[in-house]
Ligand binder design. Sequence first.
Ligand code: SF4
Length: 228
Amino acid sequence: MEINAAALKTKGFFQQAQTDKFSLRLCTSGGTIHTDYLKKAMEIADTYGEGQLHFTTRQQIEIPYIPADNVEAVQNVLFDAGIKTFIGGPRVRTVVACLGAAVCKFGQIETGELAKEIHEAYFGRELPAKLKIAITGCKNNCAKVEANDIGIRGVNHGYQLYFGGCFGHETRIGKPFLPVLVEKDQVLNVIACTVRFFASQAVKGERLGKLIDRIGIDAFKKALEGAV
Ligand code: SF4
């Protein structure tokens, strides 16, 4: 059987070190899933994998050890269950979030619904490079927001945004360029402006932090004018 690993990767199946096996990444946003979703993931792992689940550092569920021969059957199960798979590459990635004020007593902002709104508006949008977003409810920073292209942190019941972070081949700490925002709509406006700016100004493979370095912080701040 001929395996087109590149094509399967775009559908959430990542070829393993054992090249006849694939690790399936499911798409979640905000780090909270319902038990039905987990049961379905367990069923796939038991039926088509080796009964293992892995939780990635960006809160995705991964099901390893799926033989290439089982990929099509798994795709049918996912389709029937309405479960979407992770999309990598130069796109807006899944949004990471801590539990936030809805559950955590330290939380200064609600995080789960905000993650869902951002995810539904932007997940998978094609861009010159990947764009990672994370939301954390308070200064404890469980979601490590400065390691993301856009980070949102709850401060005194408002939103402090960080821009230009990354953590991978290179490590950069995101910086706050705006005052603490009071309204969620302001946050959504700033994200919309940032995504537009990034889409129009970045060159292929250039992360947001490098773009800001190249064109200057003043140009970036100008792009955000009117958003807050
Ligand atoms: S960052 Fe704060 S609000 Fe979020 S889980 Fe950690 S302690 Fe709770």
